[in-house]
Write a protein that binds this ligand. Structure first.
Ligand SMILES: Cc1cc2nc3c(=O)[nH]c(=O)nc-3n(C[C@H](O)[C@H](O)[C@H](O)COP(=O)(O)O)c2cc1C
Length: 185
């Protein structure tokens, strides 16, 4: 594979403001193409800081957050891997249940159901999210469907709600999971 393409989905969680500088631009520099899709709430966040325009300028693709019209072609290329970074507790729960009520979830649900391309998820959650009674079932459902989770004490120790503003996402572990999911290099 000469130049792999990542379908990057970002949800409205901490760390999204760093995704361009810490994940997108380094991966582009290493030869990846990246097509970004945002959840509707993430789109309002990144529009407010002009990040959408910066991501589009960097990647060369429009940032998607709404579905195409039935007679429109997709503005994004076929991807070799999807990654949801950061994923909210909300996105993880919906994904585990197969809820596809926005463009970001539609892409991920289809990939998981079809078992390709590979899907990596980094749940950017706190201890309260993880104590929600259905949380472990959601993670089990995703794992058993082949989703690669970047999750656990070693990569993301759980913090109390609102106690970790600015906490750095585990960028190296996220990249490693993405790159390991495809046969490249
Ligand atoms: C400032 C702020 C930070 C947030 N950070 C997180 C977070 O790190 N993880 C999370 O799961 N939810 C977080 N939330 C809550 C989500 O944004 C909220 O559940 C939203 O509905 C998620 O929508 P989405 O999953 O469609 O992106 C945060 C909300 C706000 C206002």
């Amino acid at each position: 594979m000469s130049s792999p393409t990542l379908g990057l989905v970002c949800a409205a969680a901490g760390g999204i403001e760093q995704v361009r500088e810490r994940l997108i631009e380094p991966m582009l520099a290493d030869g990846w193409s990246i097509a970004v899709t945002l959840t509707p709430t993430a789109a309002t966040w990144l529009a407010a800081t002009d990040e959408i325009a910066k991501i589009e300028a960097a990647t060369g693709f429009p940032v998607r957050s709404t579905p195409r019209l039935p007679d429109e072609a997709s503005p994004h290329p076929t991807v070799d891997c999807y990654a949801a970074v950061p994923a909210t507790a909300n996105l993880v729960a919906k994904l585990a249940l197969g809820i596809a009520d926005n463009q970001a979830l539609t892409q991920l649900c289809e990939a998981i159901g079809g078992r390709r391309p590979p899907v990596i998820v980094f749940p950017r959650v706190n201890a309260a999210h993880a104590a929600q009674p259905a949380w472990d079932h959601h993670l089990d459902a995703l794992r058993s469907s082949g989703v690669g989770l970047v999750y656990g004490e070693q990569v993301w120790p759980l913090h109390s709600p609102r106690s970790a503003p600015g906490k750095e996402l585990p960028w190296a572990a996220i990249r490693e999971a993405i790159e390991s999911s495809i046969a490249w290099r």
